[in-house]
Design a binder for this molecule. Structure first.
Ligand code: SAH
Ligand code: SF4
Length: 422
């Protein structure tokens, strides 16, 4: 979502006459769009702010803006700590940056109040020439006990289906072939009579978009109906990001996740039995307060049973103001690191095995450009959101979809041969 917000802000600035520069040293305005989800993300921003101070010392007219979640969380405190920051704009105020810079009446250099966004305005963002993001809902009402998001992004509010369909049609007119629908919990989307499965159907049947992705799904709200729509609508890609967080029911309860591992396994079973092919990815946290070795082992066991295609794995990080911040953060840092390393190792092995299962299958990759390492290979994204590398005798334009037979795989990448298209 930060990526999407950054692109939208960039577009807003460009329409107001700003120009992007290649080197940050030459910028008159530096913007940090920040994340607060873990302490490390915030520390990195503070580190980078320290680094860019040298540019500002040489070119004092340079303005520095900190926007987004960390700006929302810290507000004035951020300027007290880093006085050379010129503008601090919270999550609802990000897109007002050009007004603030121009000193338009009613604005001020530090703005964090909620309720100022215009939900009638939807701002799709074009990520590349062929792919875009559309935010369908903002904020979150779930209050998982470890999570800062509901505090910094506010209550959940949705854009109307008409707006979303309109925004996607606009992207299609601009040549976009793939859209990702974004929300903290897309499954709880509701606007009038439209719930998320219905919205997906409308986007699939009512726009000219070729491919539709979405994230993130909350296991408590992922319905069988949604999976059925995925089976019925070929434009909806077969990838579900379904954060599990922990494999232990006591920890899940303490995290406020309101589902059990049994419920999660049942959901996965329905997904895998309904869809011919699907790639399943997740988020996991280790070292949540009071997690014992045995409870951690339950997460490993769940990972072994479910066999995710990929996972984002984190050490628990205390976020001030959340419910879990009042729990004793009693898992030693070295134990958290050890648990995380063992989990990553296990998931890497399973990820590689899952990728091996794709060998000899034909996947349809949307071309993204050349491989990062070599222009000998094209890079494309499969239905399951995996990267596949392959050679082509003829030049391929980004955004085209080509069939590729998978020939080999490692933990992160598939390799294949492009098939002839008649
Ligand atoms: N709304 C999404 C994403 C939330 S943040 C969802 O519910 O899935 C992305 C991930 O960061 C979470 O899924 C969780 O695994 C991780 N995360 C959030 N807060 C954290 C914390 N305090 N410490 C460690 N990881 C955290
Ligand atoms: Fe955070 Fe939970 Fe909301 Fe996701 S669903 S953003 S983890 S509170």
């Amino acid at each position: 979502m930060n990526l999407a917000d950054s692109s939208t802000l960039t577009t807003t600035l460009i329409t107001r006459g700003y120009r992007r520069v290649d080197d940050e040293k030459d910028a008159d305005l530096l913007i940090f769009n920040t994340c607060s989800v873990r302490e490390k993300a915030e520390e990195r921003v503070l580190g980078r702010l320290g680094e860019v101070y040298q540019y500002k010392k040489k070119r004092p007219h340079m303005k520095i803006a900190v926007v987004g979640c960390m700006a929302q969380r810290l507000g004035e405190k951020l300027r007290a700590e880093v006085p050379y920051v010129d503008f601090v704009l919270g999550t609802d105020r990000v897109f007002e940056l050009p007004d603030v810079i121009e000193g338009i009446e009613g604005t001020s250099p530090v703005m964090t109040a909620f309720g100022h966004e215009n939900m009638d305005m939807i701002m799709p963002s074009k990520e590349t020439s062929f792919s875009g993001f559309v935010t369908i809902s903002r904020g979150c009402d779930n209050y998982c006990t470890y999570c800062i998001v509901p505090y910094v992004r506010g209550k959940e509010r949705a854009h109307s289906a008409d707006q979303i369909v309109g925004a996607i049609s606009k992207l299609v007119d601009e040549g976009v072939a793939e859209v990702t629908l974004l929300g903290q919990n897309v499954n709880s989307y509701r606007y009038g009579d439209t719930d998320f499965p219905r919205l997906l159907e409308r986007v699939a049947t009512g726009t000219g978009i070729q491919r539709i992705r979405y994230m993130t799904s909350h296991p408590k709200d992922l319905s069988e109906r949604l999976v059925d729509v995925m089976a019925e609508q070929p434009k909806v890609m077969q990838h579900i990001h379904l954060p599990l967080q922990s494999g232990c029911n006591r920890i899940l309860r303490r995290m406020g996740r309101v589902y059990t591992i049994e419920h999660y396994l049942k959901t996965v079973e329905y997904i895998r039995s309904t869809l011919d092919y699907v790639s399943l990815t997740t988020d996991l946290i280790v070292g949540f307060p009071s997690e014992t070795d045995e409870e951690y082992e339950q997460t490993l066991a769940a990972v072994r049973t479910i066999r995710f295609d990929g996972a984002f794995m984190f050490r628990y990080s205390v976020r001030p103001g959340t419910t879990a911040a009042r729990f004793d953060d009693d898992v030693a840092e070295e134990d958290k690191i050890d648990r995380l390393n063992r989990l990553i190792k296990l998931q890497q092995q399973i990820g590689e095995e899952q990728n091996q299962r794709e060998v000899n299958q034909v996947r349809h990759g949307m071309v993204e450009g050349f491989s990062r390492r070599s222009e000998q290979y094209y890079r494309a994204r499969t239905e399951g959101n995996k990267i596949v590398l392959f050679e082509s005798q003829r030049p391929l334009e980004s955004g085209t979809v080509v069939p590729v037979r998978i020939t080999s795989a490692d933990a992160y990448t598939l390799h294949g041969d492009m098939m002839r298209v008649n």
